[in-house]
Design a protein around this ligand. Structure first.
Ligand SMILES: Nc1nc2c(c(=O)[nH]1)N=C([C@H](O)[C@H](O)COP(=O)(O)OP(=O)(O)OP(=O)(O)O)CN2
Ligand SMILES: [Zn+2]
Length: 140
């Protein structure tokens, strides 16, 4: 089994706020992130797929296809966007790194399988929200 990874970066705005709670409770739980003003992050994402190299192409999956999927299905929707407002696959969800990474998985996993004709599968996502804070997800 070989693991292939692609790194991408994007910038998005968000805030952490649960409408079911009062402003005070939100501020207690989320601190500065619950501020009524949105704030931005420079997100870094590593997408890792796995599979056996194809006997004829020698590839688990063409890096070009992986880049296209990430650009079309993710970056086009989240880069320079507001995660709380603009992103259809996050509608009604909290925009924590945890929820965001799981939502990204739902978007990318079927596209990886489709583009590789079932040859590769999504293995891992690693999402940095800040330089020192990140989430990892293996789809389970
Ligand atoms: N479990 C989570 N906790 C927090 C999340 C999250 O997504 N999951 N997000 C935030 C905020 O978005 C915040 O902007 C980032 O938090 P933090 O790492 O504390 O940011 P700092 O800029 O303070 O990072 P330092 O590198 O420590 O300066 C909060 N919590
Ligand atoms: Zn934040």
């Amino acid at each position: 089994m070989v693991y292939l990874s692609k790194d991408v970066s994007f910038c998005s705005a968000h805030k952490l706020y649960n409408d079911k709670w009062s402003k005070e409770v939100n501020e207690e739980i989320f601190g500065k992130c619950a501020n009524e003003h949105f704030h931005g992050h420079n997100y870094d994402l590593t997408v890792t797929v796995k599979g056996e190299p194809h006997p004829e192409t020698g590839m688990v999956m063409n890096f070009r296809d992986l880049k296209r999927i990430i650009k079309q299905e993710l970056l086009a929707k989240v880069d320079h966007k507001n995660l709380n407002v603009d992103v259809d696959f996050l509608e009604g969800k909290m925009t924590t790194a945890e929820v965001f990474i799981k939502a990204i998985w739902e978007v990318l996993a079927p596209k990886v399988a489709e583009a590789s004709e079932g040859h590769a599968e999504l293995h891992k996502l690693k999402l940095y929200e800040t330089r020192t804070s990140y989430a990892e997800y293996y789809g389970e």
